[in-house]
Design a protein around this ligand. Structure first.
Ligand SMILES: [Mg+2]
Length: 209
């Protein structure tokens, strides 16, 4: 039995069909393009060329482009109304509440974004901890130090935790530390992924007994 379930936030605790993360990516491209003085498509091309080195766009801007104004970045990428279209999800709440394991969130987004999402979904009280990108010095998944920091605070070992994320890159990062990983693959986009996959969170119960 796992001691903790560690969840990603975006496109894991809510469906990608709501388009929230697509909108975030669009704002990321536009912000990066304006900062660099190039087109959004070119900014994204450059960022994705180093996707294996940087888990987030922000880390890429800081590490490669001399960017420093993190607060301006988050204000532009995560406006206050960013989650207004997300509906409450009482089924998700019942599903999570029925799992007899402690739960926490590890997100590469800032805390204010997580708070908006969890408030809209009506599940904020179900998690003991929310680990955001500020707490880890703007460094994100899949860096080992980011996972290890969360594990240390939770007081558990990687082997005692099931990590659930919609990014194969991040799930593989946690498995490499000795943990168990589960890929949220809502749209069956990763048929070649070798490990366990689920398409809905209600399938989670199969993996924690
Ligand atoms: Mg995600």
């Amino acid at each position: 039995m796992f001691q903790y379930l560690l969840f990603d936030l975006d496109n894991t605790l809510y469906s990608s069909r709501h388009g929230l993360e697509d909108n975030v990516r669009c704002r990321i491209r536009e912000f990066s393009a304006a900062f660099l003085g190039i087109s959004p498509n070119e900014a994204w091309r450059q960022r994705m060329a180093l996707a294996g080195k940087y888990g987030t766009n922000l880390e890429w801007l800081i590490g490669e482009k001399g960017f420093t104004d993190v607060d301006a970045y988050f204000a532009a990428v995560h406006p206050p109304n960013e989650a207004d279209s997300l509906p409450a999800d009482p089924e998700l709440r019942a599903c999570l509440a029925g799992l007899p394991v402690s739960k926490a969130i590890l997100t590469n987004s800032p805390r204010e974004h997580a708070d908006r999402i969890l408030s809209r979904l009506g599940i904020a009280d179900l998690f003991t901890h929310i680990f955001d990108i500020r707490q880890s010095g703007y460094r994100g998944k899949p860096l080992p130090e980011v996972f290890n920091r969360a594990l240390d605070i939770l007081g558990v070992k990687a082997r005692d935790v099931l990590f659930i994320d919609d990014s194969p890159f991040y799930v593989e990062g946690f498995i490499a530390l000795g943990g168990s990983g589960l890929l949220m693959d809502e749209n069956n986009a990763h048929g070649d992924y070798p490990g366990p996959r689920i398409r809905k969170l209600k399938e989670l119960s199969r993996y924690i007994s």
